[in-house]
Design a protein around this ligand. Structure first.
Ligand SMILES: Nc1ncnc2c1ncn2[C@@H]1O[C@H](COP(=O)(O)OP(=O)(O)O)[C@@H](O)[C@H]1O
Ligand SMILES: [Mg+2]
Length: 251
């Protein structure tokens, strides 16, 4: 059974068919790439899976169950985490605090008394946050405010924050945007490391070097519709993809 399955999914904004009759199946353990030109519906697809707004038509299932009735925070609890195309961190909280807040769901905070735990030294989460800090190369910045981090560090913190919720499915929306090639190389290692731990990943990305290097399978969108799907090698060789996505030129 697919971990994530989209069937005939559409989302229209007024007259714009941002996503139009999309079928997708992401198998457990896969890194699944979603690519396509600007405005082809990639972020909208991520937003629909995360539950930011309702579908116009179709259905999305996670672990075989419909997500329709689940608001965003319950999808997060069910194991779906995401990063944003434009970074959204708590700028006035430290690196460590950003991870702590992510790790402790609203329900947990209510149960244990958010302020009491917060003021009481935040001890419970310590063991799980340290490895995440190390994974992200942010251990030495743990007490720095998120707003003081460099762009690359903020991107790393965003990924760590999504991981702090212990997701089964990670939705990454252009995680390599604005990175230099060294940072893209490090991101590639982190994605492969997560894959090695069994995290399933839906990767929206423009940086082809990354997409082709980490994905098991790729779907290509154009005007909200899937125009191709296959292995990275199949996608690179597909004439329709080259025409739509690469402007008719070789990669
Ligand atoms: N919240 C929104 N309101 C109106 N139009 C939107 C909204 N989100 C996306 N769109 C439109 O839907 C289309 C697909 O956008 P998007 O999913 O962001 O594309 P991509 O991520 O592939 O660049 C675009 O034409 C965009 O302008
Ligand atoms: Mg986008």
């Amino acid at each position: 059974m697919a971990l994530l399955e989209l069937k005939g999914v559409s989302r229209h904004f007024g007259g714009v068919r941002a996503v139009d009759g999309l079928d997708l199946a992401v198998e457990p353990g896969q890194v699944f790439g979603l690519i396509g030109p600007n405005g082809s519906g990639k972020s909208t697809t991520v937003n629909l899976v995360a539950g930011l707004f309702p579908l116009t038509a179709g259905a999305i299932a996670f672990e075989g169950r419909s997500l329709e009735a689940l608001p965003t925070h319950l999808r997060l609890q069910a194991g779906i985490a995401r990063t944003f195309q434009n970074i959204r961190l708590f700028g006035q909280l430290s690196v460590w605090q950003n991870l702590w807040v992510a790790q402790n769901s609203p329900e947990d905070r209510a149960r244990h008394g958010f302020l009491a735990r917060w003021l009481g030294g935040q001890s419970g989460a310590r063991d799980e946050i340290l490895p995440l800090l190390e994974f992200s190369g942010l251990a030495h910045k743990r007490d720095e405010l998120a707003s003081n981090l460099s762009f690359g560090e903020q991107r790393r913190l965003e990924l760590a924050r999504a991981m702090a919720t212990r997701p089964k499915l990670l939705l990454l929306d252009e995680p390599a945007a604005g990175m230099n090639s060294e940072e893209v190389g490090q991101l590639r290692e982190r994605i492969l490391s997560l894959r090695g731990r069994g995290v399933t990943i839906l990767l929206v990305e423009h940086v082809m070097e990354l997409v082709m290097g980490v994905t098991d399978r790729i779907a290509v969108l154009n005007f909200g519709q899937k125009i191709a799907e296959g292995t990275p090698a199949e996608i690179q060789a597909d004439p329709a993809v080259r025409k739509a996505y690469l402007g008719g030129e070789a990669a």
